[in-house]
Ligand binder design. Structure first.
Ligand SMILES: Nc1nc2c(c(=O)[nH]1)N[C@H]1C(S)=C(S)[C@@H](COP(=O)(O)OP(=O)(O)OC[C@H]3O[C@@H](n4cnc5c(=O)[nH]c(N)nc54)[C@H](O)[C@@H]3O)O[C@H]1N2
Ligand SMILES: Nc1nc2c(c(=O)[nH]1)N[C@H]1C(S)=C(S)[C@@H](COP(=O)(O)OP(=O)(O)OC[C@H]3O[C@@H](n4cnc5c(=O)[nH]c(N)nc54)[C@H](O)[C@@H]3O)O[C@H]1N2
Ligand code: SF4
Ligand SMILES: [Mo]
Length: 716
């Protein structure tokens, strides 16, 4: 007999599946998918299933720690939460008073449900924007091109997979990276006869289900989009009525795409010409057609223009905000509104890197990470002397890991809030433990596809040592600097305010928890083609929320940030450097997701590590043969930036000219399975990635179009 069954939300990826946790004696004895969750519908993956092994892991941090020995010496004393928070507050005050408001920066990793509260806390002590966050590689490079082109953010939430006839998955792998968010809908759509086009250099689980798989050369997605538009326009397959009525700059775009006939695009992209033509025809003749783009498209020095070309392509196909097309979801407006973030756009120009990467600072609300590490080591353009990291292992997350570690070692003060005492946390002065999703409650609306619920996760088990969840941390920190902005006595009051003020859900905490899911936009409430009815623009006029009210195929606003107003294809800069190519013959992709790990987390968890025990690199057998590499050989992977280890995994699912290192880095040892941990530097792909080349205005480094060579270990 269990003590209770708690309905909650898994947060080991952005799918945020509904789960039912069966609990006995503060242990999770069973994990079940919740069939009533409006999006995940009962789906749960291997990460969700290992909740108990995470909850009960013996290495979990329990109490706040203060460094007692020299920095990095791993000597600590346990302190109370009040002492830890006092020390963090005092250091923020001391450093910002002495060196200025930008001198203390808090970093976060991927969204974990509290982006807006983090920004509010930053604003509370005078830091403009988002602190530091991997926005330069994630989310925003997919959102901004659609914002400039359509006037709304369109990401995975926007793809109306449930109603589409053709689904294009472009540089994204929802089955692995977003299983509960799009997985069930995608498989249902396939079963009812929808067609699937997958654009990916690797033969993924998703590609195996495709009607057309375009095995693209990494970083040439912009050229492909221009080539597809060439076919659509040449064969008059685009939506003429929509284009005439609702778009701007079609003639200029038509001129531009003449430069990209299928023959030329085939050469650039490595995709046979016939497949390009077939894909264009399917997209146009089997509508409604929807698309999701993600990291495959943006992690290049030409990432933003790739996004723009794809946005224009779907602009002329015409299924914008249509059933089965690319939906405009209003929840984005509420997620990062200044009413909650307190972000002051007029101050974003003060962010580090603004002079070179203004799109990142002004619209991403972020400093450029590379400029941040340099500000620590050089004091220019202003000194950074203190940093905190909440749910962010910086050398694992950002490019140039070695520089990051060197820079962090020079700080006057640093704190880290994490589940484990990671190598990065060992560089800190204060380390704070954190509660896992099974050990915390919250209110969360971060990112869902239609019907876009707000969810109220429940606590199932107590966190080790009573560790605070991150929301408790933000509330306590914010209150210390701006009590007026944080009037709540506890996090429940804070979330209730959020629900009431922004979603008009005025319920007691118990009522919120009891109901669990609230459909806010979408579902039965969904309005399609809002632009036709004057429901899209704030002025109530028909049209889109761009300056012209139309889909801006040609964008003056985009040109204002220094880009070509039309989409164009500029090859990743490493593709034109003959000297580099000779020394580093392979195109290196890094970071595609694998099931068991969430970024660098969970390599110590037996249920996960069992699935992928060792760091590996994917290589085509023909390429391996030339180098006398066999499956399972240990290799050094070397780039101009550094060298790491990985085991060869031979696969025909990759082009012989490219190789791929997955995301995790295998940071932590798994004692139960006797498997090694590789720390911050030995197997971490970001050791190989430099800050340059990068997107000219947004700073996205070439995480998926870098270069490397392979060296068999015994040959060294
Ligand atoms: N080369 C390369 N680099 C990449 C990518 C890539 O594809 N290739 N992907 C990039 C992308 S898209 C992103 S979003 C970033 C993500 O990068 P991050 O989100 O920074 O991920 P991690 O590096 O795992 O660091 C997160 C740390 O937070 C801890 N943690 C996990 N959950 C919580 C929590 O709820 N609270 C607290 N306090 N701690 C928690 C984990 O144990 C871990 O140590 O990585 C980026 N880096
Ligand atoms: N298991 C797991 N799930 C995760 C995460 C995790 O760490 N682990 N991280 C979460 C986060 S923060 C994010 S942002 C998402 C990312 O979600 P996705 O972007 O869907 O995930 P990836 O697998 O990184 O990249 C998608 C695909 O891009 C392909 N690709 C590489 N280079 C190119 C290219 O040049 N062009 C094209 N067209 N494709 C290319 C890769 O082969 C890969 O299959 O995943 C989320 N989900
Ligand atoms: S897909 Fe897996 S990791 Fe992601 S929320 Fe669902 S159960 Fe958790
Ligand atoms: Mo991400």
């Amino acid at each position: 007999m269990v003590d209770k069954v708690v309905r909650t939300i898994c947060f080991d990826c952005h799918a945020k599946c509904g789960v039912l946790l069966h609990v006995k004696d503060n242990q999770i004895v069973k994990v079940e998918g919740d069939p009533n969750h409006p999006v995940s519908q009962g789906m749960v993956c291997c990460k969700g299933l290992s909740a108990q092994q995470i909850h009960a892991h013996p290495d979990r941090l329990k109490y706040p720690l203060r460094r007692v020995g020299p920095r990095g010496a791993d000597q600590w004393e346990e302190i109370s939460w009040t002492e830890a928070m006092d020390e963090i507050e005092q250091n923020i005050r001391k450093i910002t008073e002495k060196y200025g408001e930008g001198a203390f920066i808090i970093g976060q990793g991927t969204g974990r449900g509290w982006n807006h509260w983090h920004m509010r806390a930053n604003a509370s002590f005078g830091l403009p924007g988002w602190g530091i966050c991997p926005v330069h590689v994630c989310l925003m490079p997919n959102l901004l091109p659609t914002m400039f082109t359509y006037g709304y953010f369109a990401f995975i939430d926007a793809a109306d997979v449930r109603n589409a006839n053709t689904i294009v998955e472009w540089g994204i792998n929802p089955l692995t990276a977003w299983p509960g968010l799009q997985g069930p809908h995608l498989l249902e759509a396939k079963a009812r006869g929808a067609k699937l086009i997958v654009i990916d250099p690797r033969f993924t689980d998703l590609a195996s289900k495709a009607d057309i798989w375009l095995q693209i050369k990494p970083g040439t997605d912009g050229a492909l989009a221009l080539g597809l538009m060439n076919v659509l326009i040449e064969e008059e397959l685009y939506d003429k009525e929509f284009v005439e009525k609702w778009t701007l700059g079609f003639d200029k775009l038509a001129e531009r795409v003449k430069e990209y006939p299928p023959d030329r695009v085939s050469e650039i992209t490595w995709i046979p010409k016939e497949q390009i033509i077939a894909a264009a025809r399917l997209m146009a003749n089997n509508r409604p057609t929807t698309v999701t783009t993600s990291l495959g498209v943006c992690m290049h020095s030409n990432g933003m223009q790739n996004g723009r070309a794809i946005a224009d392509l779907f602009g002329i196909l015409g299924d914008l905000d249509a059933k089965g097309g690319i939906l405009s979801n209003k929840f984005w407006d509420l997620m990062l509104t200044p009413e909650i973030t307190k972000m002051d756009p007029s101050r974003l120009g003060a962010l580090l890197g603004d002079e070179t990467k203004p799109l990142l600072t002004r619209l991403g609300g972020n400093p450029w990470p590379d400029a941040t590490w340099r500000a620590i080591t050089t004091g220019k353009p202003f000194p950074v002397k203190g940093m905190g990291f909440v749910a962010d292992d910086a050398p694992m997350c950002y490019e140039n890991s070695r520089d990051i570690i060197a820079a962090l070692s020079e700080l006057d003060f640093m704190f880290v809030k994490d589940y484990f005492l990671t190598d990065t946390a060992k560089l800190a002065d204060i380390v704070l433990p954190t509660a896992h999703w099974s050990e915390r409650e919250s209110a969360d609306e971060e990112l869902y596809s239609d019907p876009c619920p707000v969810v109220i996760p429940q606590k199932a088990v107590e966190p080790p040592g009573g560790a605070w969840c991150d929301w408790e941390f933000w509330l306590d920190l914010g209150k210390r600097f701006k009590p007026d902005w944080w009037p709540w006595n506890n996090v429940r009051e804070m979330w209730q305010w959020r629900m009431k003020t922004f979603y008009d859900i005025d319920l007691s905490w118990e009522e919120l928890a009891e109901k669990g899911y609230f459909i806010t936009f979408g579902g039965d409430k969904r309005e399609y083609k809002k632009y036709e009815k004057g429901l899209e623009r704030p002025d109530g006029e028909p049209g889109f929320r761009t300056g012209s009210g139309r889909i801006e195929l040609y964008s003056e606003a985009w040109a204002g940030f220094g880009y070509d107003p039309l989409p164009d294809y500029i090859p990743p800069s490493s593709y034109e450097n003959e000297v580099l190519i000779e020394k580093y013959p392979f195109i290196l992709m890094t970071g595609a997701r694998i099931y068991p790990f969430y970024h660098s987390a969970w390599t110590q968890i037996p249920m996960q590590r069992e699935i992928e025990p060792d760091p590996f690199i994917e290589i085509h057998p023909d390429a391996a043969r030339g180098l006398k590499i066999s499956d399972g050989d240990w290799l050094f992977v070397e780039s101009p930036n550094g060298r790491i280890k990985a085991k060869a995994r031979l696969t025909k699912g990759i082009d012989p000219r490219a190789v791929h290192l997955p995301r995790p880095g295998w940071r932590d040892a798994c004692k139960e399975l006797g498997l090694e941990g590789y720390g911050n530097l030995s197997a971490n792909p970001n050791v190989l990635i430099g800050a340059e080349p990068s997107d000219p205005q947004f700073g996205t480094p070439a995480m998926r179009s870098a270069r490397c060579r392979l060296i068999k270990m015994e040959a060294v």
